[in-house]
Design a protein around this ligand. Sequence first.
Ligand code: RIB
Ligand code: CA
Length: 313
Amino acid sequence: MPARKIIIDTDPGQDDAVAILLALASPEEIDVLGITAVAGNVPLSLTQKNARIVCELAGKPDTKVFAGCDAPIARKLVTAEHVHGKTGLDGPTLPDPEMELTDGHAVDFIIDTLRAEPEGTVTLCPLGPLTNIATALTKAPDIASRIQEIVLMGGAYFEVGNITPTAEFNIYVDPEAAKIVFACGAPITVMPLDVTHKALVTKPRNDAFRALGTPVGVAVAEMTDFFERFDKEKYGSQGAPLHDPCVTAYLIKPELFTGRHINVEIETCSDLTLGMTVADWWRVSGREPNATFMGDIDADGFFDLLTERLARL
Ligand code: RIB
Ligand code: CA
């Protein structure tokens, strides 16, 4: 089976960093054509820098990294320094990147790549607000039918919101973008909080990262040590939810996840529920299914895979 060609669209973010590391550690299954940075957890100036820091941490300085949109389509940017820290990668002390940004805008890279590669052979993996993806779809509607699959982290149903009572951060930051993406017609697989809140970095799991004894293992343990305090305080959980690595783990071992093919719509009008993913889990709306919405994960299998792959870097 040839490696799957993907573009990772990301707003690093400690959990984005682990998702990128997992992808770069798995060349048999994943061919990272490029990484596109978007404003989200922290402003674009930091997410594009953090993406390069992570590529160098993985020992892959030749990875193409592009800067994308610095603000949502129609709203002011909301960031999450309260979760990820001022730099977006608080925790480990990592050197500034030496690798340069690749010339060109992220949106044009997404469009050009989908047009250049054979139809249905490129998967988009958004790990942050969907601004870059939606902007590409608006600028070049022809690419929608060329996308193999969109596998994204975002949304919630049973878990409801983490940034408001009803909305998950990635969708909340740019709900107009999310509406465009969920209506584009490409196959969509969603890793919502319903799954990621079951992928908790408990102490034994974080100890296993640290016990790798490598710069990557120690850095991931230190990222998690920082990143977990928000969720432990808020939810009283046993550790940080590793949201974004669920996307790349799905590409390697989809059997770790179970979900339903249902209709998912995005709230873009109500101030009260802005950014809510209205997931028709019980299929009561009669609306056409447009996404595979994951509901469960084999968490032990996920962490075994993650630890084994991080050990390779
Ligand atoms: O709500 C969690 C999501 O928001 C994750 O992708 C995290 O990195 C932030 O972007
Ligand atoms: Ca993210």
